[in-house]
Design a protein around this ligand. Structure first.
Ligand SMILES: [Zn+2]
Length: 133
């Protein structure tokens, strides 16, 4: 590290802003990231990288599918009780909504949470067919 100058500042953000100024001035390539970005330049930076990031994520997901799967499995095994609790809380939070009884257009009475499966049944499909003719 080479000391460029003394810069009296009130906080870390001001120091980072100054560092960024010198980084651009000397076209430094030592850092992976810019130390300071204004909200506008930050938005511009991420908008420019959106397609690159999307492509990178896509490749990563396919190449490292097994590794990601294994990591998730280990994380699940480690915090099994936490995951189960989260699912349980979601179930309890939505129980009223999900057990609400509805009457479908085909005449069937069912729970709201079974609606997607019901729409795939022969009874419902036949009703849709007869209705469209
Ligand atoms: Zn139906």
């Amino acid at each position: 590290m080479i000391k460029i100058c003394d810069f009296p500042c009130n906080n870390r953000r001001e120091a980072e802003q100054e560092e960024d100024k010198y980084m651009l001035l000397f076209k430094s390539t030592l850092h992976m990231r810019r130390p300071f970005l204004t909200p506008e330049t930050k938005k511009e930076y991420f908008d420019n990288r959106k397609d690159i990031k999307k492509e990178y994520d896509k490749i990563r997901r396919t190449e490292k599918a097994e590794e990601i799967k294994e990591k998730k499995r280990i994380a699940y095994q480690r915090d099994k009780h936490k995951y189960k609790e989260t699912v349980k809380q979601a179930y309890l939070r939505n129980i009223e909504k999900n057990t609400q009884m509805i009457t479908c257009n085909c005449g069937s009475t069912l729970q709201l949470r079974r609606k997607n499966n019901h729409e795939k049944t022969k009874k419902h499909q036949n009703f849709i067919k007869s209705f469209s003719i």
